[in-house]
Design a protein around this ligand. Structure first.
Ligand SMILES: *[C@@H]1O[C@H](CO)[C@@H](O)[C@H](O)[C@H]1NC(C)=O
Ligand SMILES: *[C@@H]1O[C@H](CO)[C@@H](O)[C@H](O)[C@H]1NC(C)=O
Ligand SMILES: *[C@@H]1O[C@H](CO)[C@@H](O)[C@H](O)[C@H]1NC(C)=O
Ligand SMILES: *[C@@H]1O[C@H](CO)[C@@H](O)[C@H](O)[C@H]1NC(C)=O
Ligand SMILES: *[C@@H]1O[C@H](CO)[C@@H](O)[C@H](O)[C@H]1NC(C)=O
Length: 659
C-alpha cells in the first residue's frame, strides 16, 4: 500500500487531468523541417558585422550554436538586389550585366558563421529586388525569365564555388507575384548547372494562388514546398491537398519583448497543430539595424550597438530553444497532437529511433499584439495533463524537463530553466500546467542554457566619428555603421589618384533597380544617432557624372527603410553644373537656399554642414557658401551622404561631430 501511494504521488493522474496519448504505432505524422531565422528583407543584420570580438561571436553563438541558445535549424538570407527591402539595401552579386562578385555584403559571411557552428544548418536564399539590367529597366523580374533564372542560379553556384556553401532551398520573389514560366526555367537552369539538390519554395506570399497552380499545372513537378507568410497558424485546403510540404516561410515580426516571445511560442506549436505547417522562419533573425528604422527590434534578439558591444538576448531566443535543442529537421511529428482541453497546445516529435520530445505551450495574453494572431478562442486556464506514452515510447523511463514562465506584467519571466526529471511509470506521467508557460519534456539530454559574461553596457553612437575609408583589405564591402537606404555604397580603390583619395567609398548603383519597397529617386546612406540635433558634418565628395550629377551630405535625416522617399532633414547638395542647393527633404521639394558654387564633376570638393538649434550654414572647400538657413523641422535625425540620382559618386574623409 505504501509503495503504491509513493508511485501514485509521482505519476497517478491528477485531479481532473485530461489524458493525451502519444503513439507511433499508427504511423508518424509529417516530417518536421526545422525552425529558422531570416537575415534580410532587408539589411536586418547590417550592424552585426561591425561588432568587435568576442561580442560578435557570442551573438552568433546565441543564434546558431547547437545546445546553447536558439540553436537554429535554418538560416534564410536575402539574395541582395541593390534595392531597399524594409530596413536598407543589400548589394547584388551582379550590379551590372558584365559584373560578378560573390564577396559583397555580409550574408556570405553570416552563412559561413552559421555553418561553422552547425554544419547541418539548412540554408535558404530568396530575392526581394533585382538590379535593373535583369529586365532591361522594367520594374518586373520576369521580362526575360531565362536571365533571371541564370542570375539566381549564379548566386547559388557562387555560394558553392567561392564559399563552399550548399544552398538547400531557393524562393521566387518575396511577397510578389510568381511566374510559371520563370519557375520552370529556374528548375531547368539549376539542373543544368548541377544544382539538382536545391529545392524550390513558392511563393513566399499567401497560400493562394500558388497552391491552386501547384494542384492544376506543371508547377506540381518543380515546386517542392509551399511557403506562405504570416499564415496566422492556418493553411488553405488547396495547400493541404497539394501534398507538398507547407512552410510558414516568414512569420513572427513582433517586437522582441516578452510579448513577442509569447507570440513566437504559440506560432511554433500551432503552425503545425492548426495548419500542418512543418517549418517556421522568423523575420527577423537579429534586430541589427538602427532601431528607428521600420519594425525596430523585430528580431529574435537585438544587437544594434557595434560601437559599444552591447547586445540583448531576449525571450524569443529561449522560446526557440524549447523546440530547436530537442528536435532536428528530419524528425517527424506524431499524429496525435493538438490543443489542450483548457487552452494551449502540445506537439510531439520523434527521430524514429526512440527519442521523443513533447512541447506544451499555454500562451494567453492579448493576442492582438502579435502581428498575425491565430484564430480565437485562446482562453487558457491552469490544468493538469496526463501524457500516456504508447508504441515504442512505452519503454521511456525518464524525461528531461525544460520550463519557461512568462510574467508579462511583473517583469519576472523565467526562460528556459531545467527542472528535475519526470519519472514515467507504466508509460504515463501527469503534471500541472499553468498559464503562459512552455514545457519541453524530452529524452534528449544535451539541452543547455548557454551563458557568457555580461556584454558591455549600452552607449550611444560616438559623438565624434570619422572614417577615411583607408582600408587596404576591407573585411566587408561596406564601411562600418553606414546603413544604405537607397543605392549601394562600397569601398573603392582609385588606382589613378595622385594620393589624396586612393581609398574611398563609392555609390555604385547606376540605374533604378527592380524595387521591392519604395526606393528614393536619390541614393542615400545614413549613419549615427537618430537623436542627434546639433551636428557638424564634413566630407570630401567627387561627382562622377558631368552636367547632371550631384551629391549631398545631410543631418537630421528623420526617415529610412520603406519610408525613405519621405525623408526630411537638412540636405546640402552640390551639382556638376556649378550650382548648390539646401533642401529640407530628400526629394528636394522644399528648397531653403540655392545659388552658384562653381562645382563640377571629376574634381574633389570638401562639403561642411553645420546645424545648430534652428539655423544652419554650409562651407565649400573651407569657405562659407551659404548661411542663416532656418531649420525648424525636423528636430533630430541621422547624418547621411548620397547622390542626386542613380549615379556613380565617391566620398572620402567623412567626419561628424554631434552636440
Ligand atoms: C491538479 O491536480 C492537483 C493534485 O491532484 C490538484 O490539487 C489541483 O487542484 C489540480 N489542478 C487543477 C487545475 O485541476
Ligand atoms: C495534417 O496531416 C495529417 C496527415 O499527415 C492529416 O491526417 C491531417 O488531417 C492534416 N490536417 C489538416 C488540418 O489538414
Ligand atoms: C536519442 O538521441 C540520442 C542523441 O541523438 C542518441 O544517441 C540515442 O541513440 C537516441 N535514442 C534513444 C532511444 O535515446
Ligand atoms: C518592465 O520592463 C519594461 C522594460 O524594461 C519597463 O518599461 C516596464 O515599465 C516594466 N514594467 C514593470 C511593471 O515593472
Ligand atoms: C560645429 O563647429 C562650430 C565651429 O567650429 C562650433 O562652434 C560648434 O560647437 C560645432 N558643433 C558641434 C556640434 O560640434
Amino acid at each position: 500500500m505504501a509503495a503504491l501511494l509513493l508511485v501514485c504521488a509521482a505519476v497517478c493522474p491528477r485531479a481532473g487531468a485530461a489524458v493525451y496519448r502519444l503513439d507511433d504505432k499508427p504511423g508518424l505524422g509529417p516530417e518536421f523541417d526545422g525552425v529558422g531565422g531570416l537575415s534580410g528583407g532587408g539589411a536586418t543584420s547590417r550592424l552585426l558585422v561591425n561588432y568587435q570580438e568576442p561580442y560578435r561571436s557570442q551573438i552568433l553563438d546565441y543564434l546558431f550554436k547547437p545546445n546553447f541558445g536558439a540553436s537554429l535549424h535554418i538560416l534564410k538570407v536575402e539574395i541582395g538586389g541593390d534595392a531597399q527591402t524594409t530596413d536598407g539595401t543589400e548589394p547584388s552579386h551582379m550590379h551590372y550585366e558584365d559584373d560578378e562578385n560573390y564577396f559583397r555584403g555580409y550574408e556570405w559571411w553570416l552563412m559561413k558563421e552559421a555553418k561553422k557552428r552547425n554544419p547541418n544548418i539548412k540554408l535558404v536564399g530568396l530575392p526581394w529586388a533585382f538590379p535593373a539590367w535583369i529586365s532591361g529597366g522594367e520594374n518586373w523580374p520576369y521580362v526575360y525569365p531565362d536571365r533571371t533564372a541564370f542570375y539566381i542560379s549564379s548566386w547559388i553556384h557562387g555560394a558553392k564555388l567561392y564559399h563552399n556553401l550548399d544552398i538547400d532551398y531557393v524562393g521566387i520573389w518575396n511577397e510578389r507575384s510568381y511566374n510559371r514560366k520563370y519557375i520552370m526555367l529556374l528548375r531547368y537552369t539549376m539542373d543544368k548547372m548541377g544544382l539538382e539538390q536545391v529545392k524550390i519554395i513558392a511563393s513566399d506570399n499567401l497560400w493562394e494562388p500558388i497552391s491552386w497552380s501547384v494542384l492544376h499545372t506543371e508547377l506540381s513537378d518543380v515546386v517542392d514546398i509551399i511557403g506562405a507568410h504570416y499564415p496566422g497558424t492556418v493553411s488553405s485546403s488547396n495547400a493541404r491537398k497539394t501534398g507538398k510540404k507547407l512552410w510558414s516561410s516568414e512569420d513572427y515580426s513582433t517586437v522582441n519583448n516578452d510579448i513577442g516571445g509569447g507570440c513566437w511560442a504559440r506560432i511554433l506549436n500551432q503552425n503545425y497543430v492548426n495548419g500542418n505547417i512543418t517549418s517556421t522562419i522568423a523575420w527577423n533573425l537579429l534586430a541589427s539595424y538602427y532601431k528607428e528604422l521600420p519594425f525596430g527590434q523585430d528580431g529574435l534578439m537585438t544587437a544594434d550597438e557595434p560601437w559599444s558591444g552591447h547586445y540583448e538576448v531576449q525571450s524569443p531566443i529561449w522560446v526557440t530553444a524549447h523546440t530547436t535543442q530537442f528536435t532536428q529537421p528530419g524528425w517527424h511529428y506524431l499524429k496525435n497532437v493538438g490543443h489542450l482541453k483548457k487552452g494551449g497546445s502540445n506537439v510531439a516529435l520523434t527521430d524514429g529511433k526512440g527519442n521523443l520530445t513533447i512541447i506544451v505551450e499555454t500562451m494567453s495574453h492579448d493576442h492582438s499584439v502579435c502581428i498575425r494572431p491565430p484564430l480565437p478562442p485562446f482562453k487558457v486556464s491552469p490544468q493538469n495533463v496526463t501524457f500516456q506514452l504508447q508504441g515504442s515510447f512505452k519503454q521511456i523511463e525518464t524525461l528531461k524537463v525544460w520550463y519557461t514562465k512568462f510574467d508579462f506584467f511583473k517583469n519576472s519571466s523565467k526562460f528556459f530553466s531545467q527542472h528535475s526529471d519526470i519519472k514515467v511509470v507504466n508509460g504515463a506521467f501527469s503534471m500541472p500546467v499553468g498559464v503562459d508557460e512552455i514545457w519541453t519534456m524530452t529524452t534528449i539530454s544535451t539541452g543547455k542554457r548557454g551563458t557568457v559574461p555580461q556584454p558591455p553596457p549600452s552607449r550611444s553612437f560616438p559623438k565624434d566619428y570619422k572614417d577615411d575609408f583607408n582600408v587596404k583589405t576591407p573585411p566587408f564591402s561596406e564601411a562600418p555603421n553606414f546603413a544604405d537606404q537607397t543605392g549601394v555604397f562600397e569601398y573603392f580603390i582609385n588606382y589613378n589618384d595622385p594620393g589624396d583619395h586612393v581609398f574611398t567609398l563609392r555609390q555604385v548603383v547606376t540605374e533604378r533597380p527592380i524595387t521591392w519597397a519604395s526606393d528614393a529617386d536619390q541614393t542615400i546612406s545614413v549613419i549615427g544617432d537618430y537623436k542627434w540635433q546639433d551636428v557638424n558634418i564634413t566630407c570630401d565628395v567627387l561627382i562622377e557624372t558631368a552636367n547632371t550629377g550631384g551629391v549631398f551630405i545631410a543631418g537630421r535625416v528623420n526617415k529610412g527603410g520603406e519610408l525613405i522617399r519621405h525623408a526630411e532633414g537638412l540636405y546640402y547638395w552640390i551639382f556638376a553644373d556649378g550650382t548648390y542647393k539646401v533642401t529640407n527633404d530628400l526629394p528636394g521639394k522644399t528648397v531653403l537656399a540655392s545659388g552658384k558654387s562653381g562645382t563640377r564633376a571629376w574634381k574633389w570638393h570638401t562639403l561642411t554642414l553645420r546645424i545648430q538649434g534652428d539655423s544652419a550654414y554650409g562651407l565649400l572647400n573651407g569657405y562659407p557658401l551659404w548661411k542663416d538657413v532656418r531649420v525648424t523641422h525636423p528636430q533630430n535625425g541621422w547624418a547621411a551622404i548620397g547622390t542626386r540620382g542613380f549615379e556613380l559618386a565617391q566620398f572620402d574623409n567623412f567626419h561628424v561631430q554631434a552636440g
